[in-house]
Design a binder for this molecule. Structure first.
Ligand code: ADP
Ligand code: MG
Length: 225
């Protein structure tokens, strides 16, 4: 079986913070699965996602993402790995306010390998699917409705058809209609990708193939040790 994520004995502590540690003895995510990860505020969800997306280096344990052992990569290699393989969506969408919708989507191509630029033709395919009009693509991000911003953020994350999509509480600022729409858009438009969607709202779990509780994941770890 092919795993998008394969973790063993992963431990992470923030420098200077003795109160928190992340400890996962084993966690595997099958490639292509749409996965929900629940955790209370402060439980370590963003910390774990930062490790999975190679924003921060994992120094202890095994952390394999898309078959790549992230613990062996230098900083520049981690950046290249992320740009080429991972689509990220954040809580506030992280759009650049004075860029247009199209420019915000194109940011996905800035850091990846050059060959990926060929995929720019995907812009119209993905924006059509998401119902993003030419007018919205021209509009500055800070003049868009929240619903338009969320679609731009999804389009940016999906543009290069990354094998892994990581979403860190992207719906917590949305009302319930937009929340459901967001998840449906994301899942419907990433048929070949593994999706890891994180939230403190358990009610979102039924949208996904599998769900995990970060607290339970860590407890399981303690039991195994
Ligand atoms: P969540 O995303 O589930 O709300 P986080 O991963 O952001 O949780 O935080 C988990 C713990 O790590 C918290 O106790 C938080 O205070 C701590 N933490 C987060 N970022 C840092 C940092 N840069 N330096 C030190 N501690 C941090
Ligand atoms: Mg967080």
């Amino acid at each position: 079986m092919e795993f998008a994520v394969d973790i063993q004995d992963l431990t992470y502590r923030w420098p200077g913070n003795a109160d928190f540690s992340l400890n996962i003895a084993r966690w595997q995510i099958e490639a292509g699965k749409k996965v929900f990860l629940y955790g209370q505020s402060g439980s370590g969800k963003s910390t774990l996602l930062n490790l999975l997306s190679a924003v921060m280096p994992a120094k202890q344990g095994k952390l394999c993402v898309l078959g790549q052992d992230l613990t062996s990569l230098a900083a520049a290699q981690r950046d290249a790995f992320r740009a080429n393989n991972i689509g990220m969506i954040f809580q506030q969408f992280n759009l650049l306010p004075f860029l247009s919708g199209r420019q915000n989507i194109e940011l996905a191509t800035l850091f990846g390998a050059k060959t990926r630029l060929a995929k720019l033709e995907n812009i119209s395919t993905i924006t059509d699917k998401l119902g993003l009009s030419a007018a919205v693509l021209k509009q500055q991000a800070n003049q868009m409705s929240v619903g338009q911003q969320q679609r731009i953020a999804i389009a940016r994350a999906l543009l290069l058809q990354p094998p892994l999509i990581i979403a860190d509480e992207p719906t917590s600022a949305l009302d319930s209609d937009l929340r459901d729409e967001f998840i449906q858009f994301l899942i419907a438009n990433s048929p070949n990708s593994t999706v890891i969607f994180v939230s403190h709202d358990r009610s979102l779990a039924p949208h996904f193939d599998q769900s995990f509780d970060l607290f339970e994941l860590q407890r399981r770890g303690v039991a195994v040790c």
